[in-house]
Structure formats: structure tokens, C-alpha cells
Write a new protein. Structure first.
Length: 220
């Protein structure tokens, strides 16, 4: 995310949503130094930003979420829904280790701590202008770890959640035995067999015996 290939400057419209004039000035200077062919608008409130965005198309929005009235993850979600083609960089005093991932998950394309070094600011703005993405090395690691955890949870074998009794019922179902036959073999009533069957289908995330057989065959 922080690595990118240099390109020739291309014209861009950029919107800065920030209520501190000195911060706006500093950002405009950095943007101008990186890419002189830009038009940079600024808004001191989220409401003003929506007004400007209704009249102009922006390639990049830089949003200070500490702006007066605050701009939570809901604001980011709404902006990305309204302007899906616009890259969004969050700048904030909030600690990256705690707030970086939630804002990125809400749809932000970049996250930058306001107290980052000048060089890191330059890197972040350049990356956002060139590839529309930026995250510090530490935040990249968080994103990767989150992705790995989600992938692991997503691919946990559902057979592992089947109890011993449910496995007995499932094996008889797969063998083609009826509810009554299974009840007699396991010495339980038919209602209990039906309850086990529903739980098995739910745990295996299927809605028919045919699908159950297919999935068990695939996962076994």
C-alpha cells in the first residue's frame, strides 16, 4: 500500500475537509509540491463538503475526522456510498493502532496519524494521488492479520461442529435410512431424530439431504 510507481502528474480535483486553517494550508502546499496540476477545494464542515461534492467531482477527499462535530465511521461509509470512485484519506489525532482498522473497514482508502513525520505525510499524499491507497507498515500488518483471521474462520470445517450423536444420525441419513429407522436403531424417538437433522443441516449450511451428502463427501 505504501509502495507505488511514480507517474507523470495528472490533473486532479481534491477536497480537504478540515476546520484548522493552518492544516489546510500545509496540506495544500504539500499537494502543490507533489502535483502542481491540481485544484484543491476545502470545507470546514462535513455539511459544506457535501455541498461542494454535489457540484464537483473529486478524485481525492482528505478528511480530518476530528473536525468540529466529529466524523465517525458512519460518515466515511456514507461518503464512500455517495462517491464510490473517490479515494479517501483519513487524517486524525486518533491512535492508528486503535482506530486505523475500523476506518479502513468502513471504506477509507488511507489512514494517517496527524503527528506522523513530514516525510510520512508526503508519502501518504503521494500514494493517495498516484494509486489511491495508503497505510503505514504497522496498519498494513493489522489489515493482513485481520484478513487471515477472517479467512480462517470462514474456512473452518463445519464437520468439526457436529456432535457425536448428530454424527450418528448424519451417517444413517447419508446411508439412506428413514427417520423411523434411525429412531429404532438409536433407540430415540422420531421427533428427536428430526431435531438432530435440522441442527445438522444448519451446521453444515445446506438445505437438503442431497446437498448434505455432497458437502460431507467433499469435506471428509
Amino acid at each position: 500500500m505504501s509502495g507505488f510507481v511514480s507517474q507523470s502528474p495528472t490533473f486532479m480535483n481534491i477536497l480537504i475537509i478540515e476546520d484548522e486553517p493552518l492544516t489546510v494550508l500545509g496540506l495544500k502546499q504539500k499537494i502543490g509540491a507533489i502535483n502542481p496540476v491540481t485544484v484543491v477545494d476545502s470545507a470546514s464542515s462535513v455539511e459544506k463538503a457535501y455541498e461542494l461534492a454535489s457540484r464537483n467531482t473529486y478524485e481525492l477527499i482528505i478528511l480530518d475526522v476530528d473536525i468540529k462535530g466529529k466524523a465517525g465511521t458512519g460518515t466515511v461509509e456514507r461518503m464512500k456510498a455517495l462517491y464510490p470512485g473517490t479515494a479517501m484519506l483519513i487524517i486524525t489525532d486518533l491512535e492508528e493502532g486503535i482506530y486505523g482498522l475500523p476506518y479502513m473497514k468502513a471504506g477509507a482508502d488511507g489512514f494517517l496519524w496527524k503527528l506522523a513525520s513530514s516525510a510520512q505525510f508526503d508519502e501518504a499524499i503521494r500514494a493517495m494521488m498516484v494509486i489511491g491507497k495508503y497505510a503505514s507498515t504497522a496498519l498494513q500488518h493489522q489489515i493482513i492479520q485481520e484478513s487471515q483471521v477472517n479467512r480462517s474462520l470462514r474456512y473452518v470445517n463445519p464437520l468439526m461442529s457436529i456432535s457425536e450423536r448428530e454424527r450418528q444420525v448424519m451417517n444413517h441419513l447419508i446411508a439412506g435410512k428413514s427417520t423411523g429407522e434411525i429412531a429404532a436403531i438409536l433407540n430415540i424417538n422420531k421427533t428427536t431424530v428430526g431435531t438432530h437433522k435440522m441442527r445438522i443441516l444448519k451446521k453444515m449450511q445446506v438445505n437438503s439431504l442431497i446437498k448434505l451428502i455432497e458437502k460431507v463427501t467433499m469435506l471428509s
